[in-house]
Design a protein around this ligand. Structure first.
Ligand SMILES: Cc1cc2nc3c(=O)[nH]c(=O)nc-3n(C[C@H](O)[C@H](O)[C@H](O)COP(=O)(O)OP(=O)(O)OC[C@H]3O[C@@H](n4cnc5c(N)ncnc54)[C@H](O)[C@@H]3O)c2cc1C
Length: 392
């Protein structure tokens, strides 16, 4: 039996990984594949599939077994995300940002917070995500304006979050606020809470999107929302930026794995279609112009997958992997975008039709270049790391 370790140091057998991936593949074939087109075009939240995802344990995939999760290593988790994204990337968003919220609690929360929240996150009874972005601040997180003011045993929170995945269907969010807006450096004034929906915490609107359909993205309003001080992650003010950025490594591996899924799906469709579509008396796959595209597409898929594996393995070993996760995210998301575009070209006019999956890849891929830190920022993170790891 080949043994692996997850980040919590728990044993995990390679045979278990094969079993889990087999169960996911069977579920995709049996319950998901045929429903994607309809749910996607109706932009309908997949309630029934979410119940099945709960039963599969996906909402606890990376949560330690001690707290009721599956305790999967990031490397196995990334393979699950890629496998599901090949069929419908949107589904992965429902548990990805939820698990990043869970990771913030597991890595930085007090023992009481872990015992209170993680088992319910793991079953999917309590679901949600990460609430960082505001109308005025995405990349520059330290510029957020949401205020949390201490009032006795509580904090009172005011402000707006936007683009929050699972904002409507979810009920609990890792919420980044400012407890000291005058702090210098700015990040010292930032604090993260585990915020459950309640009086003063409302959804103002669902955001309409180009792609990433089915999953809800919302604007959230906090109007004198009162939260008990024991919901402050880790119990200490001023650590929120560190908590938010700490979750982004896993988040970037997630997004990179999704990118691999889209890139793979586009390649598979292109390889299949190019063998059945004929022009000038032969299948288009026999034209060199198409072969050049297929060759590049396949190489991108393989390289992206290796980068994801390498970042995920570093994460599982507890190594610093912001550069590796950034590289994986950058390369895999650009691979998704390029493969989606090439797949569309190979399909000619049919690539533009809503009756094929190809147009969905084309709409979904750009999000991978934006979410969890834009690709412009990934390049900057990689360069800064390079310089700091190789001083002269
Ligand atoms: C579908 C969707 C789902 C999302 N889900 C969530 C979620 O669940 N939770 C959450 O908190 N957020 C979420 N987001 C928000 C997302 O993380 C942000 O959109 C992203 O971080 C970029 O921030 P921004 O949109 O404010 O762009 P900006 O920060 O305004 O950036 C605009 C442009 O300027 C570039 N730029 C900015 N600063 C620099 C710099 N210093 N150097 C070089 N270039 C720079 C950027 O790369 C980009 O090209 C989601 C977004 C989308 C579209």
């Amino acid at each position: 039996m080949v043994a692996m370790l997850n980040r919590a140091g728990e044993d995990f057998a390679a045979e278990d990984e094969a079993q889990i991936l087999d169960a996911i593949n069977k579920w995709l074939d049996r319950d998901v594949r045929d429903k994607v087109m309809e749910l996607e075009h109706a932009d309908e939240y997949p309630h029934e599939l979410v119940e099945q995802m709960k039963a599969l344990g996906l909402f606890g995939a990376t949560i330690a077994q001690e707290y009721g999760g599956l305790g999967l290593p990031a490397a196995t988790y990334a393979k699950i995300v890629t496998t599901i994204s090949e069929v419908w990337m949107s589904l992965t968003g429902i548990f990805n940002s939820h698990l990043i919220m869970a990771a913030a609690v597991e890595r930085f929360g007090t023992e009481e917070q872990k015992r209170n929240y993680l088992p319910r996150f793991a079953t999917g009874e309590l679901r949600g995500g990460l609430a960082l972005t505001e109308p005025n601040a995405g990349t520059d997180l330290q510029a957020i304006r949401m205020r949390a003011v201490r009032d006795g045993d509580d904090y009172v929170i005011n402000g707006t979050k936007t683009w929050i995945s699972n904002g409507i269907e979810g009920s609990c969010f890792a919420l980044l606020t400012k407890t000291d807006p005058d702090a210098e450096p700015r990040h010292r004034g930032m604090t993260m809470f585990i915020a459950e929906k309640g009086p003063g915490f409302t959804v103002s609107r669902k955001l309409e999107k180009l792609g990433y359909k089915g999953i809800d993205s919302a604007e959230l309003i906090f109007d004198n929302y009162r939260i008990s001080a024991d919901k402050l992650i880790g119990g200490e003010e001023g650590r929120g930026f560190h908590h938010a950025v700490g979750g982004l490594e896993l988040g970037r591996i997630n997004v990179a794995a999704r990118g691999v899924g889209i890139a793979n799906a586009a390649l598979k469709e292109a390889v299949a279609y190019s063998q059945v579509r004929e022009t000038m008396g032969k299948p288009i796959c026999q034209h060199q112009a198409i072969q050049l595209k297929l060759g590049d597409m396949a190489t991108r898929c393989h390289a992206a997958q290796l980068l994801v594996e390498s970042a995920a393995n570093a994460y599982d070993k507890g190594e610093r992997c912001d550069m590796e996760a950034g590289m994986a995210k950058l390369f895999a998301s650009e691979a998704a975008l390029e493969n989606a575009t090439e797949c569309m070209r190979i399909h000619g006019g049919y690539g533009y039709s809503k009756e094929f999956h190809v147009e969905r890849y084309f709409r979904d891929a750009p999000l991978m270049c934006i979410g969890e830190g834009t690709n412009e920022m990934q390049r900057i993170i990689i360069a800064r790391q390079l310089i700091s790891r190789h001083p002269v």
